[in-house]
Design a protein around this ligand. Sequence first.
Ligand SMILES: *[C@@H]1O[C@H](CO)[C@@H](O)[C@H](O)[C@H]1NC(C)=O
Length: 146
Amino acid sequence: MRVVAIVTGLVSLGVLTAAQALAAWDDFTNLLYTEKHLTDAFTKYVATGYINHSPLVTGNGIDTTLGELSAIVPNVDSQLQRAFVGWDKDGTAYGTAHTKVIGNATMGIPNSALVDMIRMVGTCLVEHYDVQQAVDGTAPNPIAFF
Ligand SMILES: *[C@@H]1O[C@H](CO)[C@@H](O)[C@H](O)[C@H]1NC(C)=O
């Protein structure tokens, strides 16, 4: 089919529609945070040379990141609030996820508000930034964080 051929061509060139990029990001964040299938999420979407700016990791790459996340994600309750993909003026895509994290007192992990932002090439996740705020119940705003 002509349409299929065109779509396949676009995918192989790394030119994805917004819907395809969003579907990949939605699947990744769901696998990671809701289903807690960390290895599946990373095997499916994360680039080998993954660049990670998280202050919690000791280096780049999938293995280091999975090591860090495996110590945290299975032991907390990560409640996705919103997940979306956007493009900057140069056409670079970023997947963004806003997550309410119910921490784990036993492990000393506080409740927090987390935002992940990951640069995408096609449906591949290549570079990660995050910002995390502790939620300790002392904020003056009654609707603080969420
Ligand atoms: C908190 O972490 C411990 C492991 O240190 C785990 O056994 C427990 O299930 C975790 N609690 C929750 C709510 O995930």
